[in-house]
Design a protein around this ligand. Structure first.
Ligand code: ARG
Length: 455
């Protein structure tokens, strides 16, 4: 029987299966670096405050450094009997430096320790994710910059609506990513407070210096209530909520890329590196990456729901239930990092089939609104103009013509207000470029926007 760090009040060993069932070491070992980082700061503070001798603190810190090196070299085998990463490291420390290692846990509990570890870990991951988000944003902007001449059909109800610049379409996704970035920065600020010192729930009787530890560990301050410090997982929920929204965005882009690479749309070519073939149909090139990202959106939503449900109705303060916060959080982090990384690369390499996009934009009477607006400028109330153009489009459908192909006589069948200058309004370029106001799809508006992003 492994001697438990908490074994004092027990007379019988833990049931083997209970041990396995309650252990979190299988998954919380990924926190080791942060556990050691937090313990080092805590030990040093104990020494500075004279709670333990400064030499003891130095011994503990040296021991922790050694454990870090050993873990990184794969030399440490974690034990289920030691339940979690915190006790695995502490037991190892005592094994290594002797009884003095047992002083590390003075004025601390695993409850505030784990609250600290997750925050440190998540903060690092957020900083990495912010870089992935910026890379994806860069790929979207690059697509927009290098394809400024490309006109595609804009859709509502997935029906051709009005022509838009492909660049404008890409920049729409950039807006979503920018909001994601801002949400992530925002939640990072909110949780960047140091929980250590809450102890198990009520605080500690030792004369600790929480502010000093907070500063050492790069926090903006300390948490203000010990009960809340050990029982708050809002930050994990907020992070999963941010992630769910991000994946919703990526799944919308995925859906478009999947549609666009179909033979029917044929708007884009994804790089071979991001697609696979079919084992039976030789002609197939499947857009696996966007499909998988679209699919993975489900598990990220699920993780958010898991965490919300986990925390629902939990009484203050720490409850063992909360050990279940880690897997959904870790899975979310892994999933969004993978999705962002692969998307940034895939978008950067995506080829646009400009001619097909243009043909599609021309096919769907996408400049009908421009004819209506033209009539309005000639004095016709918009409702009547709508009627006039509706009839014009019906005529186009019956005769198989596009709007720009109609002769002036044909146009005038529907309204005497229409003159020769109508042709200045019904081309795809004219339609796009007429929408000049900020946020519109006109080339000059999109160029202005790109220039603004550069600044
Ligand atoms: N492994 C635990 C968790 O992840 C650490 C905190 C355990 N605290 C306790 N009193 N059992 O939540």
């Amino acid at each position: 029987m492994t001697t438990k760090l908490w074994g004092g009040r027990f007379t019988q060993p833990t049931d083997k299966f209970v041990e396995e069932f309650t252990a979190s070491i299988e998954f919380d070992q990924r926190l080791y670096r942060y556990d050691i980082q937090g313990s080092k700061a805590h030990a040093e503070m104990l020494g500075r405050q004279g709670i333990i001798a400064p030499e003891e603190a130095q011994q503990i810190i040296a021991g922790l450094d050694e454990i870090m090196t050993d873990i990184e070299a794969g030399k440490i085998e974690f034990s289920i009997a030691l339940e979690d990463i915190h006790m695995n490291i502490e037991a190892r420390l005592i094994e290594q430096i002797g009884a003095v290692g047992g002083k590390l846990h003075t004025g601390r509990s695993r409850n505030d320790q784990v609250a600290l570890d997750i925050r440190l870990y998540l903060r690092d991951e957020i900083d990495a994710i912010l870089e992935y988000l910026t890379a994806l944003e860069g790929s979207l902007v690059k697509q927009a910059e290098t394809n400024l001449d490309v006109i595609m059909p804009g859709f509502t109800h997935l029906q051709t609506a009005q022509p838009v610049l492909y660049s404008h379409h890409m920049l729409a996704y950039r807006e979503m990513i920018i909001r994601d970035i801002s949400r992530l920065q925002d939640l990072r600020v909110r949780f960047n407070h140091m929980p250590l010192g809450a102890g198990a729930l009520a605080g500690t009787t030792f004369n600790i210096d929480r502010e000093w530890v907070a500063e050492q560990l790069g926090f903006d301050g300390v948490t203000r209530n010990s009960l809340d410090s050990v029982s708050d997982r809002d930050f994990a929920i907020e992070f999963c909520s941010f992630s769910a929204i991000l994946m919703m965005h990526l799944s919308r882009l995925s859906e478009e890329l999947i549609l666009w690479s179909s033979a029917d749309f044929n708007f884009i070519e994804l790089s071979d590196a991001f697609c696979t073939g079919s084992s039976i149909m030789p002609q197939k090139k499947n857009p696996d990456v966007p499909e998988l990202v679209r699919g993975k959106t489900g598990r990220v939503y699920g993780n958010l729901l898991s965490l919300l449900t986990l925390m629902k109705s939990l009484p203050l303060a720490y409850n063992k239930d909360m050990q279940e916060d880690k897997e959904p959080l870790f899975d979310t982090i892994d999933t969004i990092k993978g999705s962002l990384k692969i998307f940034a690369d895939m978008i950067a390499l995506m080829q646009v089939k400009a001619d097909n996009m243009r043909l599609a934009a021309a096919r769907g009477f996408s400049t009908a609104t421009d004819v209506a607006d033209y009539c309005v400028r000639k004095g016709l109330p918009f409702r009547q103009a709508h009627e006039v153009v509706g009839k014009t489009v019906r005529y186009c459908v019956e005769t198989g013509k596009g709007i720009p192909e109609l002769s002036l006589d044909e146009f005038r069948e529907f309204s005497e207000l229409i003159d020769e200058d109508i042709y200045d309004y019904v081309t795809l370029e004219a339609s796009v470029n007429a929408r000049k106001a900020t946020g519109g799809t006109a080339r000059e508006a999109v160029e202005r926007e790109l220039a603004r992003l550069k600044r």
